[in-house]
Write a protein that binds this ligand. Structure first.
Ligand code: ACO
Length: 420
């Protein structure tokens, strides 16, 4: 069989071109032969990269990291094991995993001056605002992070970010609560250390292994999601060859938005507002009139049940067995039940996404609503870094700089102030 092509005829000129099709995709640059650009606001049908990290089949509800189904990783893999898989492309051997965990452990400390940045925030500063400022500030502590052409330097920054992110995330939590900062403990694992730094009071914290494993599963589920908005931000900003701390802070900023990671916070606010199961039908009617969104529903890629949302429901059972059921769960289940039967949602293929149930679980674990997206960021960090690395080693990538269709004025002469 010959090469698959798309024939395009320009009816203005009669000119025809054959555009090669590869992986179900044509290159937008091939349209230059006809003097044309492609116009795709919000990238609805544009692949910005080739990637070997995460596979999603949105119609079938399939998610795999490096080929491994998310269901298997959620059941068997630790978060650091998942991060290694995303970075290296293969599951680590026992030896590799031990060495990786040890390397992360010895980099968990953060320069204490960072606590002064956090102290500068108001007591009611949003945790995501603090997180993004503190991560961006970290770049100034590691000038060597600018050496992005050096593979060993890139690896070191990756270790630093993975190791220090939980420390900063925990300190953000402590600042919100007016509690003294707790420093990392090298005798604890990645999750245990983070939980201890957030919840320790007076040197005491009784770890709950079930809740810690539940948190770890949630982080694994969030670890990567191909070219989502925050990853696109990390890649876009990283494409300018800035250091990874700055690129990752761009990812945190993108995640903060309510249409992306910030949705987990908004789901809880929505459930609080609905207040009672009896108010669900009226709320759904408002959504159908486009008065508001049903937060935690819908996805650019999934046109089927988000596989992560399915797994999260199982995690919720484990968590609620420990903490008791949050009454908000009843409202969420009723919203889902009605939405999945209603033509508005069915015809638009709107299903619960990862954020729909995660917030209720985080709340049961003791995290305040405005902190939920920080947990999402902690989970997504390995994905941002793996995608950043992949972008830098991809010879086809350049500075991400889209074109535009200009719709403004043609040339006109400046009018002096006195004449306007
Ligand atoms: N509630 C009600 N209607 C919705 C919702 C929703 N949550 N999501 C989409 N729709 C409707 C849109 O109004 C539109 O209807 P129309 O065709 O009558 O105009 C149709 O479904 C298609 O939606 P789009 O906005 O075109 O879909 P898009 O792919 O651009 O947006 C998004 C995806 C941003 C996730 C959207 O579904 C949304 O805003 N959801 C709520 C916020 C949310 O949960 N975000 C988290 C996403 S997952 C994540 O980032 C981890």
């Amino acid at each position: 069989m010959g090469e698959e092509t798309l024939s395009v005829r320009d009816n203005r000129t009669g000119e025809e071109v054959e555009i090669p099709i590869s992986d179900g995709t044509i290159r937008a640059t091939d349209l230059r032969q006809l003097g044309l650009m492609s116009y795709d606001p919000a990238f609805l049908n544009t692949a910005s990269t080739r990637s070997g990290i995460t596979y999603i089949d949105g119609d079938a509800g399939i998610l795999r990291y490096r080929g491994y189904p998310i269901e298997q990783l959620a059941e068997h893999a630790s978060f650091l094991e998942t991060a290694w898989l995303l970075f290296e492309g293969e599951l680590p051997t026992r030896e590799q995993l031990d060495a990786w965990e040890e390397e992360v452990r010895v980099h968990t400390y953060v320069h204490t001056n960072v606590t002064q940045f956090l102290d500068g925030f108001r007591h009611d500063a949003h945790p995501m605002g603090m997180l993004l400022g503190a991560i961006a500030a970290l770049s100034t502590f590691y000038p060597d992070a600018k050496e992005i052409g050096d593979a060993e330097s890139r690896r070191l920054q990756r270790v630093r970010l993975i190791a220090k992110f939980p420390t900063i995330a925990a300190w953000v939590f402590r600042h919100s609560r007016g509690l003294p900062y707790v420093f990392p403990r090298n005798d604890l694992g990645y999750i245990g250390n983070f939980v201890n730094m957030t919840f320790e009071i007076g040197g005491q914290h009784e770890p709950n292994p079930v809740l810690q494993r539940a948190l770890e599963i949630l982080l694994v589920l969030h670890a990567d999601h191909e070219q989502n908005a925050s990853t696109n931000a990390v890649r876009g900003v990283g494409s300018t060859q800035v250091d990874p701390f700055s690129a990752v802070s761009a990812g945190v900023a993108a995640l903060y938005g309510p249409l992306h990671g910030g949705a987990n916070e908004q789901v809880l606010r929505m459930l609080d507002e609905i207040g009672d199961v009896k108010n669900v039908p009226a709320f759904i009617e408002g959504v159908k009139k486009h008065e508001r969104l049903l937060m935690g529903f819908g996805h650019r890629v999934y046109k089927n049940y988000d596989p992560r949302a399915k797994l999260i429901k199982r995690v919720a059972d484990d968590v609620f067995a420990q903490t008791g059921v949050d009454p908000k769960l009843e409202i969420a289940l009723e919203l889902e039940r009605i939405a999945l039967e209603d033509d508005y949602f069915v015809s638009r293929k709107l299903y619960p996404n990862v954020d729909f149930y995660s917030g209720i679980i985080y709340r049961a674990m003791g995290y305040p609503t405005d902190y939920f997206t920080v947990l999402f960021a902690l989970g997504r960090l390995p994905g941002w870094l793996a995608q950043w690395e992949e972008m830098l080693s991809d010879s086809e990538q350049k500075i991400a700089r889209p074109r535009q269709v200009y719709t403004g004025y043609g040339e006109r002469d400046f009018v002096p102030l006195a004449n306007r």
